[in-house]
Design a protein. Structure first.
Length: 328
């Protein structure tokens, strides 16, 4: 018997029209080229091990022919892809048909579309639940839980919102989601996609003390609200004795940073990263400071950063309200 080792990520959102993308002469955008480089890195890291995409391989609103053709070219060049349908792969907000259904009609050794339960080793069984409505996913998971084999360790893959988890920034999922304690019941581990920040949820494993559920997070940052979050892929090892190991692998993709006017560039920022000078000030203050801000942007661009400026208007009335009352 041997351990089952695989790599996984989710929320890849392949697109030739990502936020902040700039067009190149060959019809591609610079950000999509970054994504293709990322896919090649994943293929190289995984080697002959399977790569699980736990939903949202594509961004349905921005899936153009270039994205489709170039992504298929890369994925056919290497990797053993196991693809779970996500909401951005669906034609409706509650599932329906999925663009990733095409992988079911391609080489079955390289591509598999995930749905249902299957053994991955002599002791571990996976249960894949494609994206659907909250109610349908809850029902599907409950049915699996009622039929879990006693002679197997069980792992659930799903792409869905889970109550109490971070959605974006400071926003938590506080309505219309699955209950973490319910969907982790009976499973040794739950691996989820949908929310882009890595986080743990659900019932606690008695032996390890870890929560059983985890959002892997997206493999790269997509926008400024992702700032400060490390992004990459995960290596999982399912051991025959039922233990579970996970290892985060940072892909070191371009990151987003925000600085204040006259602020220092982040020490960890590298050429190719996105740096925005964000100026929260009144129109009068911006009129005075904008020249220096734009000079800062130009200097950052010379050093290889994708630099920009953003004026966040603060109104005179609000500014006056913050004056120390003791000065009046």
């Amino acid at each position: 018997m041997a351990d089952y080792v695989f790599f996984a990520t989710g929320d890849v959102h392949l697109s030739n029209e990502l936020p902040h993308a700039k067009p190149l002469s060959n019809g591609l955008t610079d950000r999509f080229v970054q994504q293709m480089d990322m896919m090649n890195r994943i293929i190289e890291i995984a080697g002959d091990k399977e790569i699980y995409i736990v939903g949202d391989l594509y961004d349905k609103a921005k899936l153009d022919p270039i994205t489709l053709v170039e992504s298929l070219r890369i994925m056919q060049s290497g990797g053993r892809w196991r693809i779970l349908p996500g909401n951005h792969d669906a034609n409706s907000l509650t599932g329906g048909r999925f663009n990733v259904e095409m992988f079911a009609h391609l080489n079955s050794e390289r591509f598999q579309l995930l749905d249902g339960s299957f053994d991955v080793s002599e002791t571990w069984r996976m249960h894949a639940v494609p994206f659907a409505s909250i109610e349908d996913n809850a029902s599907a998971i409950a049915k699996i839980q009622a039929e879990l084999p006693k002679n197997r360790h069980n792992i659930l893959l799903l792409h869905q919102a889970i109550l109490g988890c971070k959605v974006d920034g400071a926003f938590l999922c506080d309505s219309h989601g699955l209950k973490a304690s319910e969907i982790t019941k009976g499973f040794d581990r739950v691996i989820a996609g949908h929310f882009h920040s890595h986080q743990m949820f659900g019932r606690t494993d008695r032996e390890s003390g870890d929560q059983r559920g985890m959002y892997m997070g997206a493999p790269m940052q997509h926008r400024y609200s992702d700032e400060s979050e490390d992004r990459g892929i995960w290596k999982f090892t399912l051991r025959d004795d039922g233990t579970f190991d996970k290892e985060f692998i940072n892909l070191h993709m371009p990151q987003f940073w925000t600085i204040a006017p006259n602020g220092k560039r982040p020490e960890k920022a590298r050429a190719g990263d996105y740096i925005r000078v964000s100026a929260r000030m009144t129109d009068a203050e911006w009129s005075s400071a904008s020249v220096n801000v734009h000079d800062t942007v130009a200097d950052l661009a010379k050093d290889g950063f994708v630099a920009s400026a953003k004026h966040v208007p603060e109104y005179q009335h609000d500014a006056r309200m913050t004056i120390d009352a003791s000065l009046l």
